[in-house]
Design a protein around this ligand. Structure first.
Ligand SMILES: NC(=O)c1ccc[n+]([C@@H]2O[C@H](COP(=O)([O-])OP(=O)(O)OC[C@H]3O[C@@H](n4cnc5c(N)ncnc54)[C@H](O)[C@@H]3O)[C@@H](O)[C@H]2O)c1
Length: 315
C-alpha cells in the first residue's frame, strides 16, 4: 500500500516498533522526524537512517511540550515491557498521559492527524475471550501494571475528548503482542526471553505452568496495519485491535523456539507474576472489514527472522 509524501512525526521512533515505522515511512518517501529520549530505544535501531536527508532525529522527552510543523503524528513513546515500565512507574504514567496531552496539543495547533499506539493491556485480565473493541476491560487500578494499563486508558480518553471537543483527526490502535528484530534482548518479553535463553543454552523460564496463551504478530504485519489505519477515512477513529489471532500457549512457543534453534536448553517453571493475564487473543474482525488488514507472516517465518537478528547481536 502506498503512503503519500508528508512530514511525519514518530514519537518513540528509536524503539522497537518506532524504528520499523520510521523505516517504512522513509522508504515510502515521507519526511520523517523521530523523537525519542532513549529511555528504552537506542540509536542502533535507527543508525542506518541517519545519513538520509528525509530523516531527522530529535532527542526529546514527550512529557514536555514540543513545537514542530508536521502533517501527521504517530505517538508511540512509552516503555512497553513490564520490566521497563515498572522501573519508574510514575514516569510511565507521565509519559502516557502528559505525552498524550503534549502531542494532542501539537496536533491541534498544526491541524495534524494523530495516531495513538494503545495496547491490549487496556483490557486488563479479560473475562471475555477473544477481546473485541467494545469490551471495557478488567484492570486493577492499583496493581503493579496499572502505571501502564491505566496510563494508556487515560491516553485513549484524552484522544477521544480531543476528537469530540476539538474535532481532531484521531486514530487509536490497540496493539497486541508483537515481535521481531530490534526487540530488547533483556526486557522480559516472552519471545525475546526464550530466543536469548535458547541461543545461550540457558534454562528457559516458564511463568506458571506455561498453559497461559498469547498471540504473536510479526512487526512488518503490524506496521502495515498502522499505515492502513492512518490512511483510512476520518470516521475510522478506532479503537481498532491490531494483532495476530493465532493463539498458542507459552509452553508451545518455548518448545518451538528450542526446536528451531536446536538448543539444549530445558524448561524450568517460576510463579506467575501478579495480574499476568491468562489468555490474550485479539478479535480483528474490525481491522479485517474496515482496513482489509490481517497478518500474513506465519509464526515460524517471523521467528526465523527474529532468531537471525538475536544470533547476530549476541555474537
Ligand atoms: N511491542 C508490543 O508488543 C506492543 C504492544 C502493545 C502496545 N505497544 C505500544 O507501542 C509503542 C512502542 O512499543 P515498543 O515495543 O516499540 O517499545 P520500545 O520500548 O522499544 O519503544 C518505546 C520508545 O519510546 C521511547 N520513550 C519512552 N519514554 C519516552 C518519553 N518520555 N519521551 C520520548 N521517548 C520516550 C523509548 O526510548 C523507546 O524508544 C508503545 O507505546 C507501546 O505501549 C507495543
Amino acid at each position: 500500500m502506498k503512503y503519500g509524501r508528508k512530514r511525519v512525526l514518530v514519537t518513540g521512533g528509536a524503539g522497537f516498533l518506532g524504528s520499523h515505522l520510521c523505516d517504512r515511512l522513509v522508504a515510502e518517501g515521507n519526511d520523517v522526524l523521530c523523537v525519542d529520549n532513549f529511555y528504552t530505544g537506542t540509536k542502533d535501531n535507527i543508525a542506518h537512517l541517519m545519513g538520509n536527508p528525509y530523516f531527522e532525529l530529535i532527542r526529546h522527552d514527550v512529557t514536555f511540550p514540543l513545537y514542530l510543523e508536521v502533517d501527521e503524528i504517530f505517538n508511540l513513546a512509552c516503555p512497553a515491557s513490564p520490566v521497563h515500565y515498572q522501573r519508574d512507574p510514575v514516569q510511565t504514567t507521565k509519559t502516557s498521559v502528559h505525552g498524550a496531552i503534549n502531542m494532542l496539543g501539537l496536533a491541534k495547533r498544526v491541524k495534524a492527524k494523530i495516531f495513538q499506539a494503545s495496547t491490549s493491556e487496556v483490557y486488563g485480565d479479560p473475562e471475555v475471550h477473544p477481546q473485541t473493541e467494545d469490551y471495557r476491560g478488567s484492570v486493577n487500578p492499583i496493581g503493579p501494571r496499572a502505571c501502564y494499563d491505566e496510563g494508556k486508558r487515560c491516553a485513549e480518553t484524552l484522544f477521544f475528548d480531543y476528537w469530540r471537543q476539538h474535532a481532531l483527526q484521531i486514530r487509536v490502535a490497540r496493539i497486541f503482542n508483537t515481535y521481531g528484530p530490534r526487540m530488547h534482548p533483556d526486557d522480559g518479553r516472552v519471545v525475546s526471553n526464550f530466543i536469548v535463553q535458547a541461543l545461550e543454552g540457558r534454562d528457559i523460564t516458564l511463568y506458571g505452568d506455561g498453559s497461559q496463551t498469547r498471540s504473536f504478530c510479526f512487526v512488518d504485519d503490524l506496521i502495515e496495519g498502522f499505515l492502513r489505519l492512518m490512511a483510512a477515512p476520518d470516521e475510522l477513529t478506532g479503537p481498532v485491535n491490531l494483532g495476530n489471532p493465532h493463539e498458542i500457549t507459552v509452553r508451545q512457543l518455548a518448545e518451538t523456539v528450542i526446536a528451531m534453534i536446536g538448543s539444549k536448553s530445558t524448561l524450568v517453571t517460576r510463579p506467575l507474576p501478579a495480574d499476568d493475564p491468562l489468555q490474550r487473543q485479539p478479535n480483528i474482525d474490525q481491522a479485517r472489514a474496515k482496513l482489509g488488514w490481517e497478518p500474513s507472516v506465519p509464526l515460524e517465518q517471523g521467528l526465523e527472522r527474529t532468531i537471525a537478528y538475536f544470533r547476530a547481536r549476541l555474537s
